[in-house]
Design a protein around this ligand. Structure first.
Ligand code: SF4
Length: 348
């Protein structure tokens, strides 16, 4: 997998682009004006592995909350601004680590120029966050949506470059996966800046994670992308775990354990699904990147999961505990979970 090497920048302490690891982002889902709730959510996000948090800044009260929030959290904060450029100026004064501007919702060049000048003065990056839903309506119908998104982002990057500003990151999000993929593929060859990947409004956890995994996964596999966000109608920590699953699946990042579990079939003599769910629940407390397998039978179990650091293969009334494909002990069915957890503890 050959990676597109983009111009490096930093959002707070987090390195983006260049050879830096692909960073995982999310967005607080609290009302930014509710300072304690927002601080709590950012802390939860930090615990579950988020590296950059975006905050919605809809009004003056929200932007005035940034300083207090910033003092109580350590993750870098990005202020998400639409319509009112003055909120971006105040956010910069409040110490945000990055801005996200939607070129579809702030169109006035003089206003954008004021924000860019203030960001340049402070060395704060701006994400040009193009969203398919907020493109101008006065377009040539023959031009495909992906092209229009790219045109808008390229036009905005040129405007910023002309102001001697290059702390730029770009995103081109749409709900439609092929449109999103096409847009990122096109822009990857046109600009040198880091790209933030996401499928917008992807949906509830299951469908949303699949849509995002396909869209983000295809691009990452082609070497495109520097930061990612999985947008889900769910608690933001679910976005983070989905994002890491995508990165782990492609071997791009390692964080926390990976559960290998068989789908179960007529050969299984125990309830594999319930057992896998119980193991998964336990693994959420483990941070070490280990591989744990739950297999329904001895026929295929240890062999198919031979890469697992530890695993169980179930049999009639009993099961085998194996490590790297080698059976190390046989235990009763009732003790399987307990013994597996004890083995996981030894490793982790
Ligand atoms: Fe079936 Fe055994 Fe394969 Fe599980 S590991 S799906 S029980 S054959």
């Amino acid at each position: 997998m050959k990676r597109r090497i983009s111009t490096p920048l930093r959002i707070g302490e987090v390195a983006i682009g260049g050879n830096a690891p692909i960073a995982v982002q999310s967005m607080a889902k609290t009302d930014t004006r509710d300072i304690p709730a927002t601080i709590n959510q950012i802390k939860e996000l930090e615990e579950c592995g988020c590296e950059i948090v975006r905050l919605a800044i809809p009004d003056k009260e929200a932007v005035e909350s940034i300083s207090a929030i910033k003092k109580s959290v350590s993750l870098p904060l990005v202020a998400d601004i639409h319509f009112d450029y003055r909120l971006a100026l105040t956010a910069l004064e409040s110490g945000v680590d990055g801005l996200r501007l939607n070129p579809g919702t702030i169109r006035d060049r003089k206003q954008i120029a004021r924000v860019v000048a203030a960001a340049r003065e402070r060395g704060i990056p701006i994400r040009i966050g193009v969203n398919a839903g907020s493109l101008p309506l006065d377009f040539e119908p023959a031009i495909p949506l992906a092209d229009r998104m790219v045109d808008m982002a390229v036009e905005q990057t040129k405007f910023m470059e002309n102001m001697d500003f290059n702390l730029i990151k770009v995103s081109l999000k749409a709900f439609d996966v092929p449109t999103t993929i096409r847009a990122y593929q096109m822009i990857a060859d046109k600009i040198p800046y880091p790209l933030h990947l996401g499928i917008t409004e992807a949906g509830l956890p299951q469908a949303g994670a699949i849509r995002s995994a396909i869209g983000i996964g295809v691009l990452l596999y082609q070497g495109i992308g520097d930061t990612i966000r999985v947008s889900l109608s769910a608690h933001p920590c679910e976005e983070i775990s989905a994002a890491y699953e995508i990165l782990k699946s492609l071997g791009l990042r390692q964080r926390g354990p990976t559960l290998v579990s068989c789908p179960s079939c007529g050969r299984a003599e125990v309830d594999v699904i319930a057992l896998a769910e119980a193991v998964d629940k336990y693994l959420r407390k483990v941070s070490k990147p280990i591989r744990v397998a739950v297999m329904g039978c001895m026929v295929n179990g240890p062999g198919e999961a031979k890469d697992a650091d530890v695993g169980i293969a179930c049999g009639k009334g009993k099961g085998a505990i194996f490590r790297k494909g080698k059976v190390i002990k046989t235990v009763s069915e009732e003790s399987l979970l307990k013994v597996l957890i004890a083995e996981i503890k030894k490793i982790a």
